[in-house]
Write a protein that binds this ligand. Sequence first.
Ligand code: PHE
Ligand code: ZN
Length: 848
Amino acid sequence: MDGVTLLSDYKPYPYEIEKISLVFQLAPEATKVRATLAMTPRDGVADLHLDGEDLKLLGVALNGAPLAAEAYTLTTTGLTIAASALPEGAFELQTEVEIAPAKNTALEGLYMSNGMYCTQCEAEGFRKITFYPDRPDVMTRFHVRIESDLPVLLSNGNPVGQGAGFAEWDDPWPKPAYLFALVAGDLRATSGSFTTASGRKVDLNIWVRPGDEDRCDFALASLQRSMKWDEEAYGREYDLDLFNIVAVDDFNMGAMENKGLNIFNSKLVLASPETATDTDYERIEAVIAHEYFHNWTGNRITCRDWFQLCLKEGLTVYRDQSFTRDVRLGALKRIDDVAMLRARQFREDAGPLAHPPRPSSYREINNFYTATVYEKGAEVVGMLATLLGAEGYRKALDLYFERHDGQACTIEDWIKVFEDASGRDLGQFKLWYTQAGTPHLSVSEQFENGTYTLTFEQVTAPTPGEPEKPPRHIPTAVGLLGQNGDEVVPTQVLEMTKGRQSFTFTGLAAKPVPSILRGFSAPVVLERDTTPAEQAFLLAHDTDPFNRWEAGRNLARDTLMAMAQGATPAPDYLEAVGQMLADDAATPGFRAACLRLPGEDEIAAALAKKDVVPDPDAIRAARRGLMATLAQRHEAALVGAYEGSAVPGPYSPDAAPAGKRALRLAALALLSTLDQGRRASALYAEATNMTESIGALGLLVAQGAGQAELTAFAARWGADPLVMDKWRSVQAMLSPPETAVEVVTAIAESGAFEWKNPNRFRSLLGGFAANHAGFHRADGAGYALFADWLIKLDPLNPQTAARMSTAFETWRRYDATRQTHAKAALERIAGTQGLSRDLSEMVGRLLG
Ligand code: PHE
Ligand code: ZN
């Protein structure tokens, strides 16, 4: 098929590149890039293709002599030199091109952000900088010279020369082009150092715009914690003398792991108590860790081709999740991660965009930086760790680093390492990488003469292009509790490999209560007919914190599903919440997680799974109704939790005070349904940190109130775009559905909305997509508004437009009227003249 890249078409590149030397003469409208490549044919002379896009070619020279025009062909995708024009052995190829970073609105390649130059090369951005084999399996050493009058000139590796108007950098580690980076601007550093386990001192810098220096301390400390953890948990030391992080305001994604020069979206670096929430702090630490961990899992060992993306991303997410668990959140981390996995990845897996962690075809690789590649990829690594145990996992990872350091690898290489380290056959397990869809696991139980039997059955519904789903290898962690809450059988991992399979436990005095899928040991949907009483029992007694939370979550979800179809709330659930609230042995953070109700989208998904067409307005009414019922029923306890979890004194982002603030806001959310926002208004007025300010503001907005507070917030923070993103987000996400479209339109059309900046665009439109009943408004106004903005953004920034289009991935869940409106919006996008490859691939799949 035209324009489709297939995994099965992979061929090694016919040339080796010994080194590349780059010279940049920076100018906003006409930057010159001279590249000198030292090349050797691998297997005899072949046609030489270099990728290149939007480059103005100024000259090509072979071994120092200009190349005749007949010797090469230039197309919109690159430069090809005929084999007949090339010598037998090694040669040097030089090209010179001109590019215009100031005109680059796609934020891929070399571009400008607030007067500073920066680059983004993953996945295929380097081809917008110079002619080069822009593929991850071509690795070489980079030498870079930057010529510019700007004060700070950075690239990968070590500084090797500096003078008036130039700087030179040399990276001793061979790397693929996607890890290249260059930054030039008027920047200030917050500096520190880290001494590695073997005693080498590494200089650390966080570079930001003048004025932002006072918001960098947390990022620097996070980097130091990450470096230490990777030594302790994985035995991995940093390998250069310098590590730079740069914050930029215009960035399509979260951050990028360029060798020795990580580039970050400024919202994931800058933090102060007044401007950042507890969640921001937590994310900053996690993303700093993530990008740092890529130095080994991504950079030293990289991907052979982009189909293997989850090799670096799944593993690195698994590593950053483990880090946050270890240094910050403990068991709560798993709860947060699973909630996120379900909201994003299960949703993706159940719709038209479903794909395996390792896809086998794509049109635009930028469309595959997905929850499936990242978060499901991490789950698959987690299952390997569960199957091998902690020691076996560490042994496998040691072997991975030993065997593959310096290489560009595949999922097959990765699995082989686990097989060799454990002696196990992981052939069936590999299906997790190559097949899409979330398995549904149903369980039944039997008890007879002291023998307890659990029977599991697994079914995975068809996904696009995959009608048949063979059974997967599913590690199911199970523990058994006695009727008094004691653990009678501690956690064991049952390995399911068949479609239907039974496991028995003998010698039991009485029928136990099972706690299944502890720690969420596999990314599956567990289906089990249990009584609300049993769920309430688990919420009160389960020794596995994840399953304890899960039991409460199941109760809440079932209650909400029933209420959305007209029932009244289940008494067992209301009772269980009261008991949980009163459990002083549980941490405030855990109680907060238990108090938070499933989101409207999650309820809609659960109904759709049961073949009930979800009604967004009824779901919203049910959720708000349940909040009010809980508040009435437990008012005194909630007031106690609200008042008792105030955190006096100076702000600290640590887990314990953050957990208290979370409980305080979770209790306030319920109480606000009774007091007309009185407490939220008061909290807003007295708050001294952003967590409570924005938390209180959101609760007011959700009630259709808060006008005075919104005005005051804008007056205070109008000059701080990152903080104003929160102001836009809460309004877009939480405004009542009757007014959300109008609220978003008004903000969008006010002159202050800088929609070309991805953070600004996401704050408003991304917030709106998360307003379930607002986005899915029955008259289609939400879909139409969203489509208008995607069409507007696409010509400037296709990558972000395409990512945002996932707002439509659930459109087939809803009633015929909504479907008609959603389809019309998607068809209008599809029919737009000159639509990007990114967005047209997405819309094609969404309509597919
Ligand atoms: N590789 C980056 C990460 O996950 C994400 C990214 C992809 C950033 C593409 C920019 C462009 O850490
Ligand atoms: Zn990553």
